[in-house]
Write a protein that binds this ligand. Structure first.
Ligand code: BES
Ligand code: ZN
Length: 469
């Protein structure tokens, strides 16, 4: 009894700290979001360093010890608090401080790096993905360290600046520092909730295999009248190659593509059917009919449990105004596959290369480069951990959480689980329609307080768990 009472007042002090400092938190997030930490372009190298330095300073302000580590790419920032002692669990928080390029700029209502609140939404690039959400963890830690005096868990915050470009330098870092990063559970807030006010625990992510393909033919552009006919047109060859990837029933036609797919359990399928998903609402929202892909699967199944093949970009020949009778010498495409367990980017690359070899017409050459790869992931949470998350969410949202899947990818998740041998929990606070990667990205203002409070409760609930796995 005595123990419970102490815990209650302890949580009350943390909660009080959060509500008393919410205005400061908001202005701090604004500062962070003003730094254009765009990882895709080398032009922003200086800003990447600035964001890493800001983050280190903020970790220290929150009461963590922090250090910046150089990598061949953008720096990794590591924050730590290990005063809870050897018997307390260690939580590792992973997030990213890089953002996607904001273009097209003219479609933003307010500039992407000048944060603005309108109608309860905080608009800025990175507000949801992921600077805003990474920040929430620092403040939950601060509520304990400054509001109460001690944190009930040991905490490691691992923040990278290259997630949006496929995390090329993170796995070597995690492997090299695996002793220092050892934890009982990893927590990531880089996803969203199924609906506003409906707390959601993520049970799956799709993986990714992303390729650049170039078809080349004649050594330079040619007059399409003088040479057209016997010269194979690279743009047409590329179109034929691309058209060969999927049939009219939405099936990917690469040999053995579906071989490694694991079925979802009947319990998981049943849970998915019970989720509050409204197809018409989503269609209206994105302005598209949801009639693509494999029709024998429901929309949520197609989004979360099935692999896809997407053409992300195409480039060839003349695309300016008017006509130009050119036979282009090259044609390029960006092609990506979303993967599901247990497909791997390596195996898909092999199958893709074999397929391309088979379908490439004579007279052109194809070069393929893999740009990103990330493993698909399915959550492995113990009942005790699920209970801890559910209690934390219920205290803030007064509602039972749903278990939801996701179609997007976070490349390091599966490797974190494997290298650190710890479960990963994905708990995000953005809403559907937060415009991730798009103009007018926003984060719900109410998710700032709800998120920090939930995370604080989560840290507390985890500290009460006898043994995590
Ligand atoms: N935060 C997203 C991933 C995400 C968003 C997962 C919403 C689930 C729901 C992340 O920053 C991202 O955009 N990932 C990229 C992967 C990458 C290698 C560029 C993706 O999914 O395209
Ligand atoms: Zn992203």
């Amino acid at each position: 009894m005595g123990h419970t009472r102490i815990n209650l007042s302890y949580m009350r002090s943390a909660e009080q700290y959060i509500s008393e400092h919410i205005d400061t938190f908001q202005s701090e997030i604004f500062e962070f979001l003003r730094i254009p930490s765009i990882s895709a372009s080398p032009e922003y190298l200086h800003e990447m360093g600035e964001a890493a330095t800001w983050l280190k300073g903020m970790m220290e302000n929150s009461g963590l010890e922090a250090k910046i580590y150089k990598t061949p790419g953008n720096p990794i920032v590591l924050g730590e608090s290990s005063k809870a002692g050897e018997n307390a669990p260690t939580v590792l928080v992973y997030g990213h401080y890089d953002v996607q390029p904001p273009e097209p700029l003219d479609l933003w209502t307010s500039p992407p790096f000048e944060p603005e609140i309108r109608d309860g939404r905080l608009y800025a690039r990175g507000s949801s993905d992921d600077k805003g959400q990474l920040y929430l963890h620092l403040k939950a830690a601060e509520a304990f360290l400054k509001g109460v005096g001690n944190l009930p868990i040991n905490l490691i915050v691992l923040a990278e600046g290259e997630e949006e470009v496929g995390s090329p330098n993170l796995l070597p870092f995690v492997k090299k520092h695996s002793d220092q990063l050892a934890c009982d559970i990893a927590v990531i807030s880089d996803t969203g909730m199924m609906a506003p006010g409906l707390p959601s625990i993520l049970c799956s992510l799709r993986g990714l295999a992303y390729f650049d393909i170039e078809v080349s033919g004649p050594s330079s552009d040619l007059h399409s009248g003088v040479y057209g006919g016997p010269v194979v047109n690279p743009a047409l060859a590329l179109a034929q190659i691309l058209a060969s990837l999927q049939d009219s029933k939405g099936k990917i036609t690469i040999g053995n593509f579906y071989d490694d797919i694991l079925d979802w359990s009947s319990q998981a399928k049943k849970q998915m059917k019970e989720l509050p998903f409204n197809q018409q609402e989503l269609e209206r929202f994105i302005g598209a009919e949801l009639c693509g892909g494999e029709k024998e699967f429901s929309v949520l199944e197609r989004l979360w449990t099935r692999p896809t093949c997407e053409i992300n970009g195409l480039n060839s020949g003349y695309t300016g105004t008017g006509a130009k009778t050119v036979l282009p010498s090259t044609a390029q495409a960006k092609i990506s596959f979303r993967l599901v367990p247990d497909q791997t980017p390596q195996r898909i690359e092999n199958l893709f290369r074999k397929h391309i070899e088979k379908v490439t017409p004579k007279g052109v050459q194809v070069t393929i480069k893999q740009l990103h790869g990330g493993m698909p992931w399915r959550a492995q949470l113990s009942d005790e951990l699920k209970h801890a998350v559910n209690s934390a969410l219920e205290k803030v949202f007064n509602k039972r959480a749903v278990i939801a899947g996701e179609g997007g990818s976070i490349p390091i998740v599966r490797d974190l689980e494997t290298v650190l041998d710890s479960p990963v929990l994905l708990l995000g606070f953005s809403y559907p329609g937060c415009n991730l990667h798009a103009p007018d990205e926003w984060f719900p203002v109410e998710s700032i307080e709800n998120g920090i409070r939930t995370i604080a409760h989560l840290y507390h609930e985890i500290s009460l768990m006898a043994k995590i796995c």
